[in-house]
Design a protein around this ligand. Structure first.
Ligand SMILES: Nc1ncnc2c1ncn2[C@@H]1O[C@H](COP(=O)(O)OP(=O)(O)OP(=O)(O)O)[C@@H](O)[C@H]1O
Ligand SMILES: [Mg+2]
Length: 457
């Protein structure tokens, strides 16, 4: 069942007609906004967040600047949790994770190919040291994992072997200052606690932009695996929102994968970025909805002009914040739009007034505790199940042993039955012979009697 979500974005400034985004009408539930600094992207995302909140639609925001906090039902202060960067999700192969995570690290820290390969090898070693023998085997939920802090030692040990490792360590050492990672043992924050109502993931507190982006990448990668496990649906049930998405866009990034795959799993992606070239042409050509604001660079205006089929000068001339062009995949032509900012939406005051940071972050903490308890319960049930399985196995063995014994006894009985039959037969023969002899004896006795009588006479 589809929800028929309708998000009021703003008005056509020429006709005065309202313009709403209805994801179900478009070829996919993704919306991309592009525009120069100060052109109104963040404001547009805020307006969309407000509408999603009003319509009680789940959304997940990666918030780099604390711009979206006020909308949060679930404020995910993620430093209250742990995230193991090398965690292998169910059905993932350790080898694939080694490639993916080394690529993420390489992207955020601008590593070269050789440095990326060193990180990848260190990750592989980490898995071997964790006790994983075959890195190509999918995780069925039982693979072991050392705490992330061991990765630091492994990387530092490769110091002797790999040239240029000092530079690499200098670049990425900030990872080892992040408690979120360093305190991660074998498990990570559960996505069930993160995808709840309107969740804002606070990234501002992390030490550098690189760490913020990496946390974003890791969470999105987790989300993708979560979606694969949850399965396909044609109901759009979650929107993932990323402002300043350029931080996380690179060929093969989790954002790209989400844009390509998430529609089938009922998830829309809402992105904002300053440059159209942050997105590949395929991504833009396939976006369900594009909102483009001012682009002062000629190159950017040309790119947008091609995608939205609007003269490039028009993008260069857009001067007001929130004034732009929107192209829906369901329509042939782009339309001019003036976004209605949150401040002018009647529900905003109410939301801002009612926002209670403590409540919103308390929600996350409570959810974490609840899920942890559930997990523990599940684990104890699993141990019980394993124990009873062991008992069943032992009983089966006992039964097997008893069956053997019974079979042996039956065999012995059958054998003695056969022997008895032989004895019986022999008995019959003997008794026949006995009869014969007795009758012969009788005859002889009679003869003897007769002889005796004759003699007396
Ligand atoms: N639709 C709008 N109506 C009225 N004012 C707006 C609108 N959109 C944005 N503004 C104003 O313009 C300013 C800049 O907007 P915003 O922060 O959304 O820009 P941005 O595109 O996100 O820029 P940056 O790329 O630097 O983050 C905001 O302070 C806001 O008040
Ligand atoms: Mg912005």
């Amino acid at each position: 069942m589809k929800k028929n979500t309708s998000i009021l974005l703003g008005k056509n400034p020429t006709t005065g007609k309202n313009i709403s985004w209805i994801p179900d009408l478009e070829k996919n539930p993704h919306l991309i906004t592009i525009g120069g600094s100060g052109s109104g992207k963040t404001e547009t995302l805020k307006a969309i967040m407000l509408e999603l909140k009003n319509q009680k639609i789940n959304s997940l925001i990666l918030d780099f600047h604390n711009d979206f906090k006020v909308f949060a039902d679930n404020l995910v202060q993620i430093d209250e949790a742990t995230l193991h960067p090398l965690e292998v999700q169910i059905n993932e192969r350790p080898l694939d994770v080694a490639y993916k995570v080394s690529k993420m690290i390489a992207n955020v820290f601008s590593l070269g190919e050789v440095q990326e390969a060193i990180v990848r090898d260190a990750i592989k070693q980490f898995y071997h040291k964790s006790g994983i023998k075959n890195l190509k085997e999918k995780n069925d939920g039982t693979i072991p994992l050392l705490p992330f802090r061991f990765f630091k030692d492994i990387l530092y040990e490769s110091e002797i072997k790999a040239p240029g490792i000092h530079k690499l360590i200098a670049k990425i050492s900030v990872l080892f200052d992040v408690d979120l990672f360093m305190e991660a043992d074998s498990t990570s924050v559960s996505l069930d606690t993160v995808i709840k109502k309107l969740s804002v993931i606070e990234l501002l507190e992390f030490p550098t932009d690189e760490v913020k982006s990496l946390v974003g990448d890791l969470l999105l990668n987790k989300l993708i695996n979560y979606l694969y496990a949850k399965g396909k649906t044609d109901e759009y049930w979650l929107y993932v929102v990323i402002d300043e998405a350029h931080r996380m866009m690179y060929p093969g990034s989790p954002v790209e994968l989400l844009l390509r795959e998430s529609r089938k799993y009922g998830v829309g992606v809402i992105l904002a970025s300053q440059r159209p070239t942050d997105f590949s042409e395929t991504i833009l050509a396939n976006a369900g909805t594009i909102v483009a604001f001012q682009a002062s660079l000629d190159k950017d205006a040309v790119f947008l002009s091609k995608q939205l089929r609007v003269n490039k000068e028009k993008f260069q001339k857009l001067n007001d914040a929130g004034l732009g062009y929107i192209l829906f995949s369901s329509q042939d032509d782009a339309e001019r739009i003036q976004i209605l900012p949150v401040g002018k939406r009647k529900e905003y005051k109410e939301v801002a007034k009612n926002f209670d940071e403590e409540d919103a972050s308390e929600y996350f903490l409570k959810e974490q505790k609840r899920i942890k308890k559930e997990k523990e319960k599940l684990e104890s049930l699993e141990t019980k199940y394993k124990k009873s399985q062991e008992m069943v196995r032992e009983l089966k063995q006992d039964i097997h042993g008893l069956k053997g014994e019974i079979e042996r006894k039956v065999y012995v009985i059958e054998l003695s039955k056969k022997e008895m039959k032989i004895v019986e037969k022999e008995n019959i023969v003997l008794s026949h012979e006995n009869d014969k002899l007795t009758s012969r004896l009788r005859a002889k006795e009679k003869e003897a009697e007769k002889l005796a009588k004759k003699l007396k006479k």
